[in-house]
Every structure is written in structure tokens, then in C-alpha cells.
Design a protein around this ligand. Structure first.
Ligand SMILES: Nc1nc2c(ncn2[C@@H]2O[C@H](COP(=O)(O)OP(=O)(O)OP(=O)(O)O)[C@@H](O)[C@H]2O)c(=O)[nH]1
Length: 204
């Protein structure tokens, strides 16, 4: 089975004081909810974060059933693309699903489908009806994507779609995604209000 990479190296500025990765989402840290949701479709889990986040995140995944490793940012605050790069560089697998720590509704059926669509290509990237590529909810072949991120970062191109254009990638459109899973998968939690709304949805 392939790997899962959870991105958690952001500063949660819209969220407030606390690191949203480990915020208690109806009894379970948010990042752990993401990990649990994808646990059946990935065998190893790579967590990208800063060194100062590590202890709290380690506690959140200490009893996670699959092998877990950390990919720590040597140069923090370089944006999500740098996080994707660091996370993927720690993967030995043929493919990896990259997901943000603030996507607690991630749907494993969709993740499975993205792995299928990536076969024979270097990436499978969803695109929703609004036209945005969901690069932090996508499957990549680690080596080519790491190389493409290095090129983009080296040229100071910070847009997260930039490395894609170096890859043989397939776009998975909203209409297709809907047939295989729930679009809730792409919802992310940025603010306290969004977090409270998510808590209500997780409460029995
Ligand atoms: N490694 C790394 N990951 C990042 C960085 N910035 C954002 N991310 C991750 O990328 C994903 C999407 O980022 P955002 O939703 O903007 O999260 P954030 O940056 O923590 O939140 P804001 O500060 O409110 O923008 C999250 O999983 C973040 O943890 C960064 O500078 N480095």
C-alpha cells in the first residue's frame, strides 16, 4: 500500500493561539482524525511539521496502528509547497496521498480513487467546480514531485500549482469526484467558527 503525508507545518494564524493540528475536535485531535480517516488506504504515515510542534503531534498519534514517521521542516515557514516537498522526500513508496491536517472530513473512498487515477502518471490532482486545484488533497509520485518543488522553490515560484506543470498529472474534476466519494473531503478548517461547526458535525 502507498503512503499518506499529513501537512501540519503552518502557523494556524486564522485559528488563533493554538496549533489547529492538535486542537480537540470532539474528543480527537484534528490531525488524528485525518490520520484515522486515511488509515485503511495508506500503510505508512508521514507527518510534516516544525520541530516545536513535534511533541504534541507525537502524543496525538502515539497509538496510531500504522507506522508513522516525522518529516521535520529544516527551514520552516516556506509555505505549503515546501511542506509537500519535505513530506514526500521522506516517502519510499511509489505513490503518496498528501493531505492538510485541517481536512478532518477527508473521505478514504476518494483517496482510493485518486490512487487509482494516478496509476501510470506522476500525480492525480482534484479540481473542484471553482476551478482550484486541490494540491493539498492529491496523490503524487514522490520523486518527480520533490524535484518539481525544488525547481519551483529555487526559482522563487511560490504558487502551489507551479510544480504540477512539470509533471505528467491527471486532473480529476468535481463531477467525477462526486461519483466516488463525498466533496466534504475537501472542506478545511481555518477559523474557530469553522472549527466549532466541525465539532457539531462530529458529535454523535
Ligand atoms: N511545512 C509547512 N506547511 C505549511 C506552511 N504553511 C501552511 N502549511 C500547511 O499547509 C496546509 C494549508 O495551509 P493553511 O490552511 O493556510 O494553514 P495555516 O498556514 O496553518 O493557517 P493560516 O496561518 O491561518 O493561513 C496546512 O496543512 C498547513 O499546516 C509552511 O510554511 N510550511
Amino acid at each position: 500500500m502507498p503512503a499518506g503525508v499529513i501537512l501540519a507545518g503552518g502557523r494556524s494564524t486564522r485559528f488563533g493561539e493554538q496549533d489547529k493540528a492538535v486542537a480537540d475536535l470532539a474528543g480527537v485531535p484534528m490531525l488524528r482524525r485525518v490520520a484515522d480517516r486515511i488509515g485503511g488506504v495508506v500503510d505508512e504515515l508521514v507527518i510534516n511539521c516544525r520541530e516545536d510542534q513535534r511533541d504534541a503531534i507525537e502524543e496525538a498519534v502515539c497509538d496510531y496502528p500504522n507506522p508513522t514517521k516525522f518529516a521535520i521542516d529544516s527551514d520552516p515557514d516556506q509555505g505549503p509547497m515546501a511542506g509537500i516537498r519535505t513530506g514526500l522526500a521522506a516517502c519510499d513508496d511509489e505513490y503518496a496521498f498528501v493531505v492538510a491536517c485541517d481536512m478532518p472530513f477527508v473521505d478514504s473512498e476518494l483517496v482510493n480513487y485518486l490512487f487509482e487515477r494516478a496509476e501510470g502518471h506522476e500525480a492525480a490532482v482534484p479540481r473542484l467546480g471553482d476551478g482550484w486545484f486541490q494540491t493539498t488533497h492529491a496523490v503524487y509520485e514522490p520523486n518527480p514531485m520533490v524535484e518539481a518543488c525544488d525547481t519551483a522553490l529555487g526559482e522563487e515560484k511560490r504558487k502551489i500549482v507551479e510544480p504540477l506543470f512539470e509533471l505528467d498529472y491527471v486532473v480529476v474534476e468535481e463531477e467525477e469526484l462526486q461519483k466516488y466519494g463525498s466533496l466534504e473531503s475537501f472542506e478545511n478548517v481555518n477559523t474557530k467558527a469553522e472549527f466549532e461547526a466541525a465539532v457539531q458535525r462530529f458529535r454523535p
